[in-house]
Design a protein around this ligand. Structure first.
Ligand code: MF3
Ligand code: CO
Ligand code: CO
Length: 278
């Protein structure tokens, strides 16, 4: 698997790039920095912190490590992260007026550009100690749903197999899978083909091939799957105000499975994270 400049078509005829060894190496680096950014912010996610403060720390960390925050200037977005607490599904806008409190669950989603290559990932965090049983379970099943999707990401399977694995697990717990957003191809651009649904039927959709690189980023709601976007044009919330959770990894299809580019260097897979002293 060397490059290439090869493509395969998705169902609408969009070109899905097949990346080679050099591109995989570049995205290993961008993915690792994206994951290290989520590691770095972990000890700051405590009761009383504002999401605006977290965003400034995230931006400084990215720049100190030679990266550009991909979201700043993206379709007019002005922040280095999306921070989405509780019933916010995704694209929560960081603000000094939004203070996290004990018992919140929150998704932080960060994307870096390092040497021209994108690295995109997100995790859930527990704020303080008072996390309810239902919130804990939603976060746990959402992580497992992402990993079930990743387990289905291998040559010979299709995108529909990934969606099916996620949907089956989520719905077995009576959670709603958000339909309005999906994973995406990623590389030298932020959002590329293919679009990756987190629901679907076995054996349908694009056949997976070594060299494809995309994100898997399921959003699960404790209630119905329906969402609405607030008047700021970004913040997505559950229509029924139920809790929502999301995890995101960036993966590259290999000869026999996939490689996760955004594994946590610190070993922070799912909360509660055991933060070691500096
Ligand atoms: N990182 C998000 C994703 O997973 C996209 C954020 S775009 C923004 O695709 F503009 F809202 F930041
Ligand atoms: Co993404
Ligand atoms: Co993201």
């Amino acid at each position: 698997m060397t490059n290439t400049g090869e493509y395969v078509a998705d169902r609408e005829g969009r070109r899905i790039p097949l990346h080679g060894a050099e591109e995989f190496e570049a995205m290993r680096k961008s993915g690792r920095l994206a994951a290290a950014t989520l590691d770095y912010i972990t000890p700051y996610v405590v009761p009383g912190v504002s999401t605006g403060q977290l965003d400034r720390l995230i931006e400084a960390f990215m720049r100190d490590n030679g990266a550009i925050p991909a979201t700043i200037g993206y379709k007019g977005y002005q922040h280095a992260s999306c921070i989405s607490p509780n019933h916010v599904v995704n694209h929560g806008i960081p603000s000094d007026d939004k203070t996290l409190v004990d018992g919140d669950i929150v998704n932080i989603d960060v994307t870096v550009i390092l040497d021209g290559w994108y690295g995109d990932n997100s995790r859930m965090y527990f704020v303080g100690e008072k996390i309810g049983v239902k919130a804990r379970k939603l976060v746990d099943i959402t992580y497992k749903a992402m990993m079930a999707g990743i387990a289905a990401a291998k040559p010979g399977n299709t995108l529909g197999d990934i969606g099916h694995a996620i949907q089956t697990l989520a719905e077995s717990h009576r959670y709603g899978v958000v339909r309005d957003f999906g994973g995406h191809g990623i590389g030298r651009v932020f959002h590329d083909a293919p679009h990756v649904d987190h629901f679907g039927k076995r054996g349908t959709g694009v056949l997976l091939k070594p060299g494809m690189v995309f994100t898997i980023e399921p959003m699960l709601n404790a209630g119905k799957p329906d969402v609405k976007i607030l008047s700021d044009g970004w913040t997505t919330v559950t229509r029924d105000r139920s809790l929502s959770a999301q995890f995101e990894h960036q993966v590259g299809i290999t000869e026999d499975g996939c490689e996760i580019f955004t594994l946590s260097p610190a070993g922070y897979t799912q909360p509660p994270y055991c933060v070691s002293a500096p």
